[in-house]
Each structure stands twice: as structure tokens, then as C-alpha cells.
Design a protein around this ligand. Structure first.
Ligand SMILES: [Zn+2]
Length: 71
């Protein structure tokens, strides 16, 4: 590999915001945000009726509702 052109690959820790599970993996990024992970996503849990994961869409809709009320 050429010197000084590759980002530093290292082990980083992040916590899933939905289920608070800690994940450690290799990445070149400083920080990674997790909304949903393999521990809590409905695809892996097999839970088809309720999606426990609260993602960005839900957050966006809440903000949208709030803004409607104030207007
Ligand atoms: Zn999770």
C-alpha cells in the first residue's frame, strides 16, 4: 500500500439507538450512528406485526406533527 493516502482502519464501538446493544466493528469512520441493528430489526427477530425499531422516518413524522400544531 502507498503511504499516507489510506484512511486509518480501526475498531470502533457504537450503540444501537433502538435496543442499546453495543456493536464493535472495523471501520475507517470516526463515528457511526445506528438506528436499527441485527439484534432488533424485524427481519432478524421474525416479528412481522410490530416493528420495534424507531427510525428516522418516525422521528421525521413527529417533527412534522409538531410543526403542524404550531402553525
Ligand atoms: Zn438494535
Amino acid at each position: 500500500m502507498k503511504k499516507d493516502i489510506h484512511p486509518n482502519y480501526k475498531q470502533i464501538k457504537t450503540v444501537c439507538t433502538s435496543c442499546n446493544t453495543e456493536h464493535v466493528f472495523g471501520s475507517t469512520a470516526e463515528k457511526v450512528n445506528l438506528d436499527v441493528c441485527s439484534n432488533c430489526h424485524a427481519f432478524y427477530t421474525g416479528d412481522r406485526s410490530t416493528v420495534k425499531a424507531r427510525g428516522r422516518v418516525e422521528r421525521f413524522n413527529k417533527i412534522l406533527e409538531k410543526s403542524k400544531k404550531t402553525n
